[in-house]
Design a protein around this ligand. Structure first.
Ligand code: GLC
Ligand code: CA
Length: 557
């Protein structure tokens, strides 16, 4: 039985979840102390973003040693304890494998950069530059722009060569063409399986294969560069590496895999997941409003969101399995991301929106992945001060916005809208100092709204977002239609409403708009209202019925 299909997964960003020793940084013992809370949400798997040794340039996604725990988070004994305590509660720990790149401080890279002739000389991607005037440094090999801005190429004096980094300068890309590199990575994954982890989330994996010629592309901004994403994502050949990973690491073992696969769309699904695919699931980004250059956001509306969700549901109906997710540590909070500014600013609308998204998350076909704080409807921050932001991409994007001719105010508006720190502010546990996250000074400011939005307040309010999640989770786990039943879109062309059936029993209607909509009562004929996000007994009836702004309802037999 594929248990991961019937699990509720929960992503933890360790720095921001719970501090146990007052240093202002969340840690493993803090997570262990909150396992009963996660159990109360019926969570069956925790995805931990990286907790390995790291200089923390990209908050742990720059790993210097996969066999060690970052002392900021605790010790290997703390990790073993977390795994054991979680198991006791029927919860699996899912580790993040960052296999596209390493930290430039790892031993492998130190050796690789030391000369052109050492055993690890081609463990990373080294290229000669393009020679120019005698006596000047050669130019970078091509015009690719890294995900965090600037060229993907960094000059190295010792080797008189460039190395490639898809992300930050301090995150050199591994050379997957080298079988020794692949073996070393498989060994790491197997080490963690032996430790008893229940699965892996696999980071940035569609970038591991680079196109042979490393050729320049047509610039997409005034810096003359072109996105490395465009140039390298899902390059033919990547699946051979991934099948090898499966064969050497996960095949035949009781672990599940979920790949971060931005740029792998519904059409590719059958190669990536399912019986013959490399992974069990993949995070697809179609519905996320994913914006690579923040000052150039593409227009995005409810219909884009709805179309993307319908496309992924249609694809998994044929083959494979998706996680359902609307938030993670790289994206703004969902009540900000998918609705107008008015919604997040108005307490009543904000709660309705959080519950509407909850309704979708728990009723789509796929494994629901919650991100910490989503279950209480946490929101973006609005800091207007670049200094308060911590994460590396925010700084890079601010710079890029100025380069593209925007003013400071405009650049800050992009930052407030898209910064990854929006979802990385500390978890809001209660109304005490620092939201109960730490007794020290938090590494990243707590969102000011913690006094209203926090777990403790919501525990005691039967109508809270938190308790709404609990009711949805209970309904999902006790209802075979919701858990595994086929998905049938209803009203696919409707411009404001998501409407679908699960199995033959359940009908879900969600008004994603901020105005009322009418619908035909026959859609829910012979069914009763099981859950709705508005309070009170009022239920629309008759032939022509109404969904109020942001109203979400689930009808069943
Ligand atoms: C993934 C992670 C992100 C990180 C990047 C580089 O997208 O989710 O946080 O910065 O990979 O490892
Ligand atoms: Ca700590």
């Amino acid at each position: 039985m594929q248990r991961w299909k019937h699990t509720i997964a929960y992503e933890i960003y360790p720095s921001s979840f719970q501090d146990s020793n007052g240093d202002g940084i969340g840690d493993l013992n803090g997570i262990t102390s909150r396992l009963d809370y996660l159990k109360s949400l019926n969570v069956g798997a925790i995805w931990l973003t990286p907790v390995y040794a790291s200089p923390m340039v990209d908050n742990g996604y720059d790993v210097s040693n996969f066999y060690e725990i970052n002392p900021l988070y605790g010790t290997m004994a703390d990790m073993d304890n977390l795994i054991a305590q979680a198991h006791k509660r029927g919860i699996k720990i899912v580790m993040d494998l960052v296999f596209n790149h390493m930290s430039d401080q790892c031993e492998w890279f130190k050796e690789s950069k030391s000369s052109r002739h050492n055993p690890k000389s081609d463990w990373f991607i080294w290229k000669d530059g393009v020679a120019g005037e005698p006596g000047t440094r050669p130019a970078p090999p091509n015009n690719w722009r890294g995900i965090f801005g600037g060229s993907v190429w960094e000059w190295n004096e010792e080797r008189q060569q460039y190395y490639m980094h898809t992300f930050a300068t301090q995150q050199p890309d591994l050379n997957w063409e080298n079988p020794d590199v692949r073996q070393a990575l498989f060994d790491i994954a197997n080490f963690w399986i032996k430790k008893g982890v229940g699965g892996f989330r696999i980071d940035a994996i569609p970038y591991i294969k680079k196109p042979n010629g490393f050729e320049s592309g047509i610039p997409d901004a005034s810096d003359g560069l072109v996105s490395v994403h465009t140039m390298t994502v899902n390059t033919p050949g990547v699946l051979d590496f991934l099948q090898e990973f499966k064969k050497n690491v996960t095949q035949g073992k009781d672990v599940f895999t979920v790949a971060e696969a931005n740029g792998v769309g519904p059409d590719d699904l059958k190669y990536w997941v399912g019986e013959n695919g490399a992974f069990d699931m993949l995070f697809e980004f179609g519905h996320l409003h994913d914006v690579e250059i923040w000052c150039k956001p593409s227009p995005y509306g409810i219909m884009d969101f709805k179309k993307a969700l319908l496309a992924s549901q249609e694809a998994t109906a044929k083959n494979g399995w998706y996680p359902a997710f609307f938030e993670n540590h790289d994206k703004p909070r969902c009540v900000n991301n998918y609705f107008s500014e008015r919604v997040a600013a108005d307490p009543k609308l904000r709660v309705l929106a959080a519950k509407a998204m909850a309704t979708l998350l728990l009723t789509l076909r796929g494994t629901p992945f919650l991100y910490e704080g989503q279950e209480i409807g946490m929101t973006n921050v609005q800091w207007n001060d670049l200094e308060k932001y911590d994460e590396i991409n925010t700084k890079a994007q601010y710079k890029m916005a100025l380069q593209e001719g925007f003013s400071h105010e405009q650049a800050m508006a992009f930052v407030n809208r898209f910064s990854r720190d929006n979802s990385r502010t500390p978890m809001q546990w209660n109304a005490d100092a620092n939201a109960g996250f730490t007794t020290g000074k938090p590494w990243l400011s707590v969102n000011d709204n913690y006094v209203e939005i926090n777990v403790a307040a919501q525990e005691s309010d039967p109508n809270s977002v938190l308790n709404f999640y609990r009711r949805l989770i209970a309904l999902r786990s006790s209802n075979a239609n919701l858990d595994g039943g086929p998905f049938t879109a209803l009203l696919p062309e409707h411009e404001q409403m998501m409407a679908y059936r699960r199995g033959d029993g359940i009908v879900v209607l969600v008004n994603l708009g901020e105005t009322e909509v009418e619908y035909d009562g026959r859609l829910v004929e012979n069914r009763k209202l099981l859950i709705g996000n508005y309070e009170g007994p009022f239920e629309s009836s008759g032939v022509t019925r109404v969904l109020r702004p942001l109203e979400a309802v689930i009808y069943g037999m």
